[in-house]
Design a protein around this ligand. Structure first.
Ligand code: UT7
Length: 324
């Protein structure tokens, strides 16, 4: 039986940094409010000519280097994004062309902030069924292009970036690679976090709208339940987790999850302070930061979880790297 191993990670952040003080110059907010309520200090912003696919390609190249694979070995590319380069084709095909990954099939997954856990689960399913031996799963967003910069309740929360992982289907020791996934959606809550535009509705791109307090409540409750679920189906407990690598939307949500799982600070990757909420890119960005800083090592059990518009949410357990 083949395992779906996670053998490489990569990330890219656009160069432009927007601090809370920068924002307070054009919207009625302040550094203290943003830090206290969200934990965010700064975020990155893509330039107008910088596309989601550009960010994705940079993250993907780094993930390829980290896994030791050649781009022509890649046979599947999945891009999780809510901010595609264009309505069609899929951003994943643009990434394929820019990478020169000519042996891959490529498509996008749209589950907003939960996009990366959705894409990981889709990749796991395809690869377990024999479709794709070496898959690139990328979360990439230019989310700042969806923001209404006059709306202080949303514009301070988001940033741009991309993260990528390489998955390889290999005969390996049991308990390595992707161990369990759970995905959920509840469309009854579609109106608490959405974009007020679209191809078949307004014909415009629209802007992010959010009832933050409601989303916050759902996030804490639903993420905890999803994490319980993946631990239960894997016969593991929170004591087995080496690293919680959560979606980075708000430090208070991350801290609440940490508390529910009874994990010390040394077991949680927190990047929200300098990335803000990068939607589908947030987990692979945090993951890469954890690996590059030497915290996450081969053999560590990672707990990933995310929630976003839909509402859609999910969790995954992954034992990182390869057995030695
Ligand atoms: O990744 C997708 C999932 N999204 C999330 O997980 C986001 C979840 N929600 C949140 O993170 C939080 O609800 C927010 C950070 C969005 C808001 O924090 P909150 O503690 O829930 O604040 P609130 O919305 O209840 O607003 C409190 C006050 C309001 O003023 P009044 O009505 O009490 O006078 C807001 O108008 O804070 C005001 N406010 C601001 N003040 C300064 C809202 N945004 C700002 C701002 N600067 N940027």
């Amino acid at each position: 039986m083949k395992q779906i191993l996670m053998t490489g990670v990569g990330a890219y952040l656009p160069e432009t940094i927007l601090t809370n003080d920068d924002l307070s110059k054009f919207v009625d907010t302040d550094d203290n409010w943003i830090r206290q309520r969200t934990g965010i200090i700064s975020r990155r912003k893509a330039n107008p000519e910088e596309l989601t696919s550009d960010l994705a390609v940079k993250a993907a190249n780094q993930a390829l280097l980290s896994s030791g694979l050649n781009v022509l070995d890649i046979d599947c590319i999945i891009v999780a994004t809510t901010t595609p380069d264009c309505t069609f084709p899929a951003t994943a095909t643009i990434v394929q062309e820019k990478l020169g990954a000519l042996n891959a099939f490529a498509f996008d997954v749209q589950a907003v902030c939960a996009g990366f856990v959705y894409a990981l689960s889709v990749a796991n399913g395809l690869m377990s069924a024999g479709q794709g031996s070496n898959t690139l799963v990328i979360g990439a967003e230019t989310f700042t292009k969806l923001l209404d910069w006059r709306d202080r309740s949303t514009c301070v929360l988001f940033g741009d970036g991309a993260g990528a992982v390489v998955l390889q289907a290999e005969k390996s020791e049991e308990g390595y690679g992707i161990i369990a996934n759970t995905l959920h959606s509840d469309g009854r809550y579609k109106d608490i976090l959405y974009v007020d535009g679209g191809v078949s509705s307004t014909g415009t791109i629209g802007h992010v709208k959010m009832q933050g307090r409601d989303v916050f409540k759902h996030a804490v409750e639903k993420l905890a339940a999803a994490m319980d679920e993946v631990l239960h189906i894997s016969n593991l407990t929170s004591d087995d987790i080496d690293w919680l690598v959560p979606h980075q939307a708000n430090i208070r949500i991350i801290n609440a999850m940490q508390k529910k799982l009874n994990l010390p600070d040394e077991k949680v990757i927190k990047t929200v302070s300098h990335h803000a909420n990068t939607s589908a890119a947030s987990i692979p960005l945090a993951l890469t930061s954890g690996v590059e800083s030497g915290k996450i090592k081969s053999g560590h059990l990672l707990a990933l979880e995310a929630i976003g518009g839909g509402l859609s949410w999910g969790a995954s357990l992954v034992r990182y790297g390869r057995p030695v």
